[in-house]
Design a protein around this ligand. Structure first.
Ligand SMILES: NC(=O)c1ccc[n+]([C@@H]2O[C@H](COP(=O)([O-])OP(=O)(O)OC[C@H]3O[C@@H](n4cnc5c(N)ncnc54)[C@H](O)[C@@H]3O)[C@@H](O)[C@H]2O)c1
Ligand SMILES: O=c1ccn([C@@H]2O[C@H](COP(=O)(O)OP(=O)(O)O[C@H]3O[C@H](CO)[C@@H](O)[C@H](O)[C@H]3O)[C@@H](O)[C@H]2O)c(=O)[nH]1
Length: 442
C-alpha cells in the first residue's frame, strides 16, 4: 500500500521505515531539510538501536523515500501524522502548531481514490478532543480519520513499532467511516494482526486519545511513587531498592517502572502529564488530575535532591569545584536530551559556578557541537572523572555501570560518587575507597 508519514522525528522516521519493512511503499515528509537529506542517504539523524539498518534496507529496496515537498504525498492511501506536540513556552498546554500545519497540508490530498477513501491516521500524542476537530476537516475534504496513538519507547522504538503490546484504533462516530477506517488500517497492519496476533482495541476518538495520556500518566505516577518512597527511605535509613523489589513481587504491583533515582525526563512523560493537566483544567475537571501535580513536583524534587547532595559533598560550596557528570541523554540507548534530568542538573551546577565535565556515549558529540552553556564535554568517563571533586552518575549507560571503581579512583581529586540511578554496587565502590551516595539507599 502507498503510505505517507508526516513528521520524521523519533516516532515518524521509525514508523516510516517500519511500514516499508512490512512491505508498504512509503514516503516520509519533514520540514527539516537536513533530516530529510540524512534519511534519504540511509543515515539515522538520531541514535536508536536497529533503526539505521532498517532505514538502509527500506531505502535500498526502493520502498522508502523522504522529501520536504508535501506534493510527494500524492497518491498515498494512508497518511500517518507523527509530528511533534511539545510543551508550549510559558504554559503546560501542548503546542499544536505542528499538527495543525500537517493537517492543513494534507487536506488537498484527501479526495477518494479508485480503491476507496483516503485515510488520515493520527499517531502524535494530543489533548483529548483534538481528533474530533481534525475529523471534521478531514471528512469535509473527502477523507476518513482514525486516531491510532503510539506507545513506543526510545531505545526500543523499532521493536515496539513492529511488534507493539497493543494497538488502539480511535474510530469515527459515523459507522461507515469507522468501518472503512478499520478496514484500511487493518490492511496496513495485517502482519501485526494476522501473523503476530497483537491485540487491537477498537474505540472512539476521545478514548483513544485518553488511553495514550492515561498510560503515560500511570507510568509517571509509578516512578514518582517510588521516588516518594525514596524520600521516606532517605529520612529513615531504609533502602528503596529492597522496598521496590519486595512490593514488586505482588503481581498487582509488578517490578517494572519502580526504579528510584533522579526521576523521569524525555520528550514524552514530562510534557504529556502537563498537557493532560492543562486539558483537564479546560474541561473543568482539573481536580481529577490533582495528583499529577504531585507526580510532577516529586519528580522535580529528585533533581533538587541531587544538587543538595552534591553541594554537601563539596563542603557547601559548588563554585570553582570540578564536577563529573556521567550521562546527558534522558535515559540510556538514546541521544535524546529533551528534558533530561542529567543535563538539567549539569546546567544548574555550571550555573552555580562549578566546572562541569559531561560525558555521554551518544549525546556527548551532539552536546559538544551546540551551545552547551559552559559545560565541558569529555570523550570518556575517565576523562570526565579526572580531577573531579565529585562524580554524578545520572544516565545509566552500560559504560558507566561497568566502571571499575578501583581503576578510576586515583583519577578523581576526591573519590566521591552520587549514583543517581542506583546501578552501582555500593559495597564494591566503598571497598575501593569511594564515598558512595545512592538514591533512597543508606
Ligand atoms: N518519541 C517518542 O518516543 C514518542 C513515542 C510515542 C508518541 N510520541 C509522540 O509522537 C509525536 C512526535 O514525537 P517525536 O519525539 O517524534 O518528535 P520530534 O520532534 O522528534 O519529531 C517531529 C518531527 O516533525 C517535523 N515537523 C514539524 N512540523 C511539521 C510539518 N508541518 N510537516 C512535516 N513535518 C513537520 C519536525 O521537523 C520533526 O522532525 C509527539 O506527539 C510525541 O508526543 C513520541
Ligand atoms: O523505573 C523507572 C523507569 C523509567 N524512569 C525514567 O523515566 C523516563 C522515561 O522512560 P521511558 O518511559 O522508558 O522512556 P520514553 O522513551 O520517554 O517512553 C515513554 O514515553 C513514550 C512517549 O509517549 C511512550 O510511548 C512510552 O510508552 C513511554 O514509556 C526516563 O527518564 C527514565 O530514566 C525512571 O526514572 N524509573
Amino acid at each position: 500500500m502507498q503510505i505517507s508519514v508526516i513528521g520524521c522525528g523519533y516516532l515518524g522516521a521509525v514508523h516510516a521505515a517500519s511500514m516499508a519493512e512490512l512491505g508498504h511503499d512509503v514516503v516520509g515528509i519533514d520540514v527539516n531539510e537536513d533530516k530529510v537529506a540524512l534519511l534519504s542517504a540511509g543515515k539515522a539523524p538520531f541514535h536508536e538501536p536497529g533503526f539505521e539498518e532498517l532505514l538502509q534496507r527500506g531505502v535500498a529496496s526502493g520502498r522508502l523515500r523522504f522529501s520536504t515537498d508535501f506534493a510527494a504525498v500524492a497518491g498515498a492511501r494512508v497518511h500517518f501524522i507523527g509530528v511533534g506536540t511539545p510543551q508550549q513556552a510559558g504554559s503546560y498546554a501542548a503546542d499544536m502548531s505542528q499538527v495543525n500545519g500537517a493537517v492543513a497540508n494534507l487536506l488537498p490530498h484527501l479526495a477518494p481514490t479508485a480503491d476507496g477513501p483516503v485515510l488520515v491516521v493520527g499517531k502524535s500524542t494530543v489533548p483529548v478532543g483534538t481528533a474530533a476537530g481534525i475529523a471534521d476537516q478531514v471528512t469535509a475534504a473527502g477523507g476518513v480519520l482514525v486516531w491510532n496513538p503510539e506507545f513506543l519507547r526510545e531505545g526500543f522504538a523499532v521493536q515496539d513499532t513492529i511488534s507493539p503490546d497493543r494497538m488502539v484504533y480511535g474510530l469515527s462516530p459515523d459507522p461507515e467511516a469507522a468501518r472503512l477506517g478499520q478496514e484500511v488500517l487493518d490492511e496496513v497492519y495485517d502482519n501485526l494482526i494476522t501473523t503476530q496476533g497483537i491485540p487491537r482495541l477498537l474505540t472512539d476518538y476521545a478514548t483513544a486519545e485518553l488511553v495514550k495520556v492515561a498510560a503515560n500518566s500511570f507510568l509517571a505516577t509509578k516512578i514518582s511513587f517510588i521516588n516518594a518512597m525514596a524520600e521516606l527511605c532517605e529520612a529513615t535509613g531504609a533502602d528503596v531498592t529492597q522496598l521496590a523489589a519486595a512490593i514488586g513481587h505482588d503481581d498487582r504491583i509488578g517490578h517494572k517502572f519502580l526504579r528510584a533515582g533522579v526521576g523521569f525526563g524525555g520528550g514524552c512523560l514530562p510534557k504529556d502529564i502537563r498537557a493532560f493537566m492543562a486539558r483537564a483544567e479546560e474541561l473543568g475537571v482539573d481536580e481529577a488530575l490533582g495528583f499529577l501535580r504531585e507526580v510532577d513536583s516529586i519528580n522535580d524534587r529528585r533533581r533538587d535532591h541531587v544538587l543538595t547532595l552534591a553541594t554537601d559533598l563539596l563542603d557547601g560550596a559548588v563554585s570553582g569545584k570540578k564536577v563529573a557528570v556521567l550521562g546527558a541523554s534522558f535515559k540510556p540507548d538514546t541521544d535524546d536530551m529533551r528534558n533530561s534530568p542529567a543535563l538539567d542538573i549539569a546546567h544548574r551546577l555550571a550555573g552555580a559556578g562549578a566546572h562541569v565535565a559531561v560525558t555521554d556515549p551518544q549525546a556527548g558529540p551532539i552536546l559538544a557541537a551546540q551551545d552547551n552553556h559552559g559545560l565541558t564535554v569529555a570523550d570518556t568517563a575517565e576523562d570526565a572523572i579526572t580531577g573531579a571533586d565529585v562524580v554524578l552518575l545520572l544516565t545509566e549507560w552500560r559504560q558507566f555501570r561497568d566502571l571499575d571503581p578501583a581503576a578510576v579512583k586515583d583519577l578523581a581529586n576526591r573519590p566521591a560518587i552520587i549514583d543517581g540511578r542506583n546501578v552501582l554496587d555500593p559495597a564494591q565502590w566503598r571497598a575501593a575507597g569511594w564515598t558512595y551516595h545512592g538514591m533512597g539507599r543508606p
